[in-house]
Design a binder for this molecule. Sequence first.
Ligand code: PLP
Length: 399
Amino acid sequence: MSRLEFDFYESEDPVWNPALLTIPVPGIRKMVNLAATMDDVIHLSIGQPDSPAPPHVIQATVDAVQAGQTGYTMDAGLPELLDALADYNGERYGRKITPENILVTTGATEAIYLALTAMSAPGREFIMADPSFLLYAPLIRMNGGEVHYIPTRAENNHQLDPQEVIDAFDNNTHAVVLNSPSNPTGTVYPRETVETIVQEAAYRGIFVISDEVYDHLIYDDRDYAGVLSCCSDLDHVIIISSFSKTFSMAGMRIGWMIASQGVIRKLRRYHMFTTTVANTPCQWAGVAALKGDRSFIADIIKTYKKRRNRLVQLVEQTPYLEGYMPEGAFYLFPSLPEGVNGNNVALRMLRETGVCTIAGDTFGESCRNALRFSYATSIENIEEAFERIIPWMEKQEFS
Ligand SMILES: Cc1ncc(COP(=O)(O)O)c(C=O)c1O
C-alpha cells in the first residue's frame, strides 16, 4: 500500500486503531494457506532452515527447563547470554562490545519492532531498498512515519547504490534500514556500500538500522560487511540479529540488538512493556549455541551453496524468468517481464503446478513482476519443482 492510498484517520472498522490498516494481509500467508488446502505441493516459499537446531542446543534447552530455569530473566537478557553475545560479536567484528550495548529480544522480530516503532513518527522518513523484508514498512507507517523506497533490480543483482541513498537524504530522513544478506533477494552488500552509507548517515545524524539475521549465510567466501565492522562508533547504529537462521532456532524466538548504551537503556524500558523478557530456557540454548561447536555452520553453507547454484541454473532454463547470482541467505528473487502481475502468476502456478512461491509485491512496490524462491529445501525438491515449472512457463504467453 503506498502512502497516498493510506489515510491514517480513516478506518473501515471502528473497533480498531486505524493504524492497523498499515498491516497488509501477508502474501506469504495467502499462499501458504491456499497450499494447505492442496495435495502434493512443493514449497519454495519457506523462510526458515529445513533442519532442526544442533543437538547440543536442544540439550541445553532441556537442561535449563529441568534445572528449573523457568522464571523471568533480567529485562535486558540473561547475564550469561549478554556476556556470550558481547564476546562473540566483539571477536567477529573486531570491536569491543559490552553487555550494556545489548538487548536480548523475542527473535529479531521484536528488535525490529522496538527499533522502528520507537523511532517512527509523522514527518520522519525511513529509507530502504525496494524490495525489503515485509515487516519494515508497515511498522514505520503504523506510527505515522514515511517510507522512502529505493528500487533495486534483478539485472543489477539487486544491489543498492550508496549514492542513491545519499541523494535521498534530506531534512526529514530519520533512518536507513539495511538488510544484508537480504530477504527477499539474497543480495550481500559490498563493504564499500555499507561503509559509505553508515558514514554518510552518521555525519548527518541519521540512524542506520541493520537487520543482519542472515549474517553467516554468505557464499563463495565473500567478505561480510556487518555494520559493527563499518561504523566508527555506535552513536547512530542499531544492529539486529538472531539465532533463527544460522542455528535453526526460529521457533525458539531469541534475537538481539546491539547499539549505544543510551539507545539500549531507552529500548530496554520499551521491551519491558512489550514482551517483558525473552524466553528463559531458550536464552540458555543461545549460550550453548555461541559457546559450543560452531563447525556445523561451514557444512550448512556448503549445502545452501549447492542448492543455490542448482536453483540459479534452473531459473536460467525457465522461460520468462530473469535471475542473477544471489550471494547470501537462501532466496532468489527473479523477475518476470515488465508489467506481468507476479501475484497472479504465483497463484496460478500454485494451483496449476503445485509449486508454492511468494509474489514480489509482498516485499515492496516496484517488484510486482517478481517471485521469491527459497532454497531452504532439498535439491530433489528444487529439481522436482522445476520439472513442473519449466513446461508450465513454456505454455504462458507473456509479452
Ligand atoms: C530479514 C529478516 N529479518 C528478521 C526475520 C525474523 O527473524 P526472527 O525469527 O529472529 O524473529 C526474518 C525472518 O524470516 C528475516 O527474513
